[in-house]
Design a protein around this ligand. Sequence first.
Ligand code: BTN
Length: 291
Amino acid sequence: MENSRQGRVESLSKSKALDKEPLASLDGQQIKKLLDAWSFSQDIRIYDRLDSTNKKAKDLAKEGAIFEGVIIADEQTEGRGRLGRAWLSKKGTGIWMSIVLRPVFSPNHAAKLTVISALAVSQAVYRLTGTRLLIKWPNDLVLNNKKICGILTELRADKEKIHYAVVGIGINTASQEGDFPEDLASIASSILIETGSLVDRKQLIAQILREFQDLYSHFTKGGDFSSHRALYRDLSASLGKRVRVLGPKEEFEGLAIDLTDSCSLLVRKDSGEIEEVMAGDVSVRGMAGYI
Ligand code: BTN
């Protein structure tokens, strides 16, 4: 087991890692070859540079120029995160991709797309490197208490129907310490910094898409989310921790006690009252810092 993982991961010194994989290694045909035939992977579009893969994905989906598919860029000039934040996406330092979906389920289930993506990323990184990324509710993946991956799910929907969904996944695979600005340096990191290993991005993309497909179709075909929820609880970096919830209207502290079936976080306030926190506009911080 350990050996097969190691076979897929190149262990490199940090200086060697500066020789980034050539762009050709993010070739869509090569990624497709690594995948069994299934819907999203039939339309993988790779760009050297985009402002944002989520923006491109939404534009294409709106025009009907893509049905379901995957948009990947080697560099983003205006990568976006939740709550209007910027997402640093330097050339060759990570995976910047957006999955376009046309789910037939109700918009009430949309938060599940973020959870499914987070599980897919954690599973894929584990299978390729043996390293477990934990999930900081609602959309971050962390390693050694540092943020490695962020997910931004955007929808065009009305009350009953999702017209399209775009799930943007940003993973810092090969960023170096100096790549992060001062304000992010204590929060953000990369797989390379934390493990010393440079993961092959096209293998990781293919594995994420495989895991995503399994988790997504398990839910869309059978309607069952219980195994996802169980896995999400196991991988949670938030549960059992005291957290500070920062919403647009109020701020409070409490103990993160559970995740609901609709993917909200249950927080027990010191008064004993249990608050159900939905991802929306909320940011959650640990008492000692980021987690
Ligand atoms: C967050 O942590 O706030 C979410 C970050 C999401 C970043 C990814 S990178 C690919 C996709 N394109 C974007 O502009 N954002 C997402």
